[in-house]
Write a protein that binds this ligand. Structure first.
Ligand code: UDP
Length: 239
């Protein structure tokens, strides 16, 4: 059973369990998708029904950061641990590399997915990068067709939220891939264009603050974090 945090149901898994489940899905018939909501996306889901449906219908819903884990604990239904999308992706690629599986990278500014592809092929020998496409396309159909023709087993869909969640729900089955993962800005990190917070910051639940210092323009979006905590407190009182 999923753990509800303000209307979004999260799978209660350790990172190792989440990666094992991801690998199982890559090897399962049919199409599946994974989402990794943070408090900001939970807040988006409160206002956007289509986003909420796309998130809750995912086969795996993983808490991206410490905010959701804290929220779940405050509501008296703790989650085992945070399972950041980018770390889940790393574990998945490690497993896929061992099995010689193929991956399509979709998203980010032109050139970024190619840079990420080169880095990932070096880092995970055995992993096949089936293709790449930037995230600033006008029509979906040619992109879907490109993925389908690539024969990729899995696709990283990095278009930002909730665009990527809606895209995966709508187009996932047409791509022919068994697993799609919505991973926000991960391709920028894999390409080396954006740096992830050093371990100290993430260990202390301050990754969001590090990111804010590096990209002050995120302040508007990050104001959703205190709002999330207010809503969790309201929900707790109701309970
Ligand atoms: N992006 C994209 N197409 C769009 C909008 C965004 O490919 O139409 C990309 C953007 O270049 C970035 C990622 O989606 O690489 C979103 O990153 P963001 O930092 O917003 O995501 P987060 O990691 O915070 O979810």
């Amino acid at each position: 059973m999923r753990i509800d945090v303000l209307g979004v149901g999260f799978d209660n898994l350790t990172m190792a369990e989440a990666v094992a489940e991801g690998l199982r899905l890559v090897n399962s018939p049919g199409c599946h998708y994974v989402v990794t909501p943070n408090p900001e996306i939970v807040e988006v889901c409160r206002e956007n029904l289509a986003a909420k449906i796309a998130v809750n219908e995912a086969d795996l819903v993983l808490p991206d950061g410490i905010g959701v884990v804290k929220g779940a604990a405050m509501l008296g239904t703790p989650l085992k641990e945070k399972t950041p999308g980018i770390e889940f992706a790393a574990g998945l690629m490690e497993g896929m590399a061992k099995e010689g599986k193929s991956l399509f990278l979709l998203g980010a500014k032109p050139g970024v997915a190619d840079m990420a592809a080169r880095n990932l092929e070096r880092k995970y020998p055995g992993l096949v990068i089936a293709g790449t496409h930037d995230g600033y396309f006008k029509e979906d159909a040619p992109v879907v067709e490109e993925i389908r023709r690539s024969g990729a087993d899995a696709v990283f869909v990095c278009l930002g939220a909730p665009k990527q969640e809606l895209w995966m729900k709508k187009h996932g089955p047409e791509t022919g891939a068994h697993l799609l993962c919505g991973l926000g800005g991960s391709l920028d990190v894999f390409a080396g264009v954006v740096e992830r917070a050093p371990k100290f910051w993430s260990d202390h639940g301050l990754e969001w603050f590090y990111r804010l210092c590096k990209e002050p323009r995120r302040i508007g979006r990050m104001m959703k974090l205190p709002l999330f905590l207010v809503h969790v407190k309201q929900e707790k009182r109701k309970k």
